[in-house]
Design a protein around this ligand. Structure first.
Ligand code: BYC
Length: 472
């Protein structure tokens, strides 16, 4: 169904046929806009930004480009098309028709998952609120804003589900989404990574590479949900998510490229003296963002995860392509965990290991981009390899929380950790240095900050020197 943009809230869910729901969402809309004004990208309401807006959910319509003032962006409700034949693919309800409404016994579980997912979206916009002030180019500024508006839309996607299917509780949860704030000591966001600061563009690119990729894996698991409106919402969100990770991968890649160019040209490792970011500092940022993002997958052995799966509310990554019984009642899965202060491998019931299995899918995916970064470093003739730290490194959630572990996976004493941690994680001084590079936004088309290379190509076949943002 094409999206009707003449409506106050563009949608492909026939919103006008349900006046109560429409009114409730129209009531929430000004609160969302107030939140965007207060907590969204700072001081940007007059900018014309070359943005992609979905005008339908099919391949022709979801990527329409044109100049938009961000507060006028048409945030709407778009679900992937319904398959009337769709069946639940896993768990106790396997083979039954997908639910078009929320089964009573799954209400609180589903609400919790939708709220947790929804909470991350405005959180990331809040985290990125000030980055526009130091954008390294118009191209990057536009990509930041594209991500911001789409995270706003992903919030709309979850808020629609809460309003449409969870009655009064859902409306209260939708309000609370705008009341919690990233890093707020009294009302923080739900998951750890979304309360960390994103104060500079290296952090932003690492966040969009590693943390948005958690989004990809969580959304893909929810896209398997037996609750069809959730599955369809997540399926469409995933099409947008790909660009966010592209921004992260190419952003880190362009910083590495610039660093390597300067190292070659000046025959030195000391690129800080040349105003760029040295490779060990980039590795430290990688270590931090990877481990914070690993925490987002939850406990290694989780009865919550087992229940979600058995009930049919949250599946595995690409569930329907996996060749097994999709019940997992007799299967086991090997996880790494901690026993007597040591990291050990242990077989546990597969149902309990679903968070860990998803984390492993995620790690494999993260490694692919690191391989591409390393190829580029090698092509530049520099002898340095970026690596993903061990899954137990610097974890706050799960079996490894509190354990001191090196990036190679060696368990350390507190003294060994303290003696080495500044080699592995960004120090205050590293952060101050990276922040010091973030000068005033580079606003001349085709110009880039000194510490980052231009992109290989522009957005939507436009050149790199296209005027992606007009300031008016
Ligand atoms: N921080 O049994 P466990 C995205 C809690 S990102 C704080 O493992 P479960 C995006 C947990 O709540 C994708 N608390 O839990 C990216 C539980 O609490 P209770 C976001 C945590 O439920 C970039 C307890 O520890 N989507 O879209 O199996 C930009 C026991 O843990 C954390 C989702 O996360 C943490 N990191 O797994 C924009 C999908 N981890 O019961 C957007 C929905 C665990 O003791 N969420 N806890 O009170 C879920 O599927 C699950 O809630 C989780 C946790 C996978 C997060």
């Amino acid at each position: 169904m094409a999206i009707d943009y003449s409506q106050l809230i563009p949608n492909n869910v026939d919103l006008s046929s349900d006046r109560r729901l429409q009114r409730a969402l129209e009531n929430w809309q000004p609160r969302f806009l107030d939140w965007w004004k207060d907590m969204g990208p700072d001081g940007t309401s007059a900018f014309d930004v070359y943005l992609r807006t979905a005008v339908s959910t099919d391949s022709n319509g979801w990527a329409n480009f044109g100049y938009v003032k961000m507060p006028d962006y048409r945030w709407g409700i778009f679900l992937a098309d319904r398959d009337p034949e769709r069946q639940i693919a896993f768990g106790d309800n396997k083979g039954k028709p997908a639910w078009q409404d929320v089964p009573g016994e799954m209400r609180s579980t589903l609400r919790r998952l939708i709220v947790t997912q929804g909470d991350t979206e405005p959180a990331s916009v809040e985290q990125q609120r000030l980055l526009g002030k130091t954008a390294p180019s118009l191209y990057d500024l536009r990509n930041l804003f594209q991500i911001n508006v789409e995270e706003g839309r992903h919030l709309w996607a979850m808020v629609y589900l809460l309003h449409a299917y969870f009655g009064r509780d859902g409306r209260e949860e939708a309000e609370a989404m705008l009341e919690r704030h990233s890093g707020d000591p009294d009302k923080p966001r739900i998951l750890g990574a979304f309360n960390e600061a994103t104060p500079d563009w290296l952090s932003f690119f690492m966040f969009t590479y590693f943390t948005d990729r958690d989004g990809k894996y969580q959304l893909a698991s929810l896209a398997e949900s037996g609750f069809d409106p959730l599955a369809r919402s997540c399926r469409f969100m995933l099409t947008e998510e790909a660009h966010h990770m592209f921004v992260g991968e190419t952003g880190v890649g362009r910083i590495l490229q610039r660093t390597c160019e300067l190292m070659k040209e000046h025959r030195t490792d000391d690129v800080r003296s040349l105003g760029a970011i040295d490779l060990p500092t980039i590795q430290k940022y990688l270590n931090f963002h990877f481990s914070v993002s690993l925490d987002l997958f939850g406990q290694e052995a989780s009865t919550n995860a087992a229940n979600y799966y058995t009930q049919g509310v949250k599946g595995r990554f690409l569930e329907t392509r996996i060749d097994d019984d999709h019940l997992l009642t007799n299967a086991s899965y090997e996880i790494e965990t901690v026993e007597d202060g040591r990291i050990v491998k242990k077989a546990v019931p597969a149902l309990q290991a679903l968070n860990e299995r998803l984390r492993q899918d995620y790690i494999d995916d993260c490694a692919k981009g690191v391989l591409r970064w390393n190829k580029a470093i090698e092509r530049a003739g520099i002898n340095f390899e970026m690596t993903l730290p061990h899954r137990a490194f610097d974890r706050q959630i799960g079996a490894f929380a509190g354990l001191r572990v090196s990036p190679e996976g060696k368990v350390l004493s507190e003294a060994e950790w303290n003696a080495n941690k500044d080699r592995w994680l960004p120090t205050d001084e590293d952060r101050a240095y990276v922040t010091s590079l973030m000068g005033a936004a580079v606003t001349q088309p085709g110009k880039f900050a000194h510490w980052i290379a231009p992109p290989a190509r522009g957005i939507n076949n436009q050149p790199a020197d296209f005027e992606y943002v007009r300031f008016n």
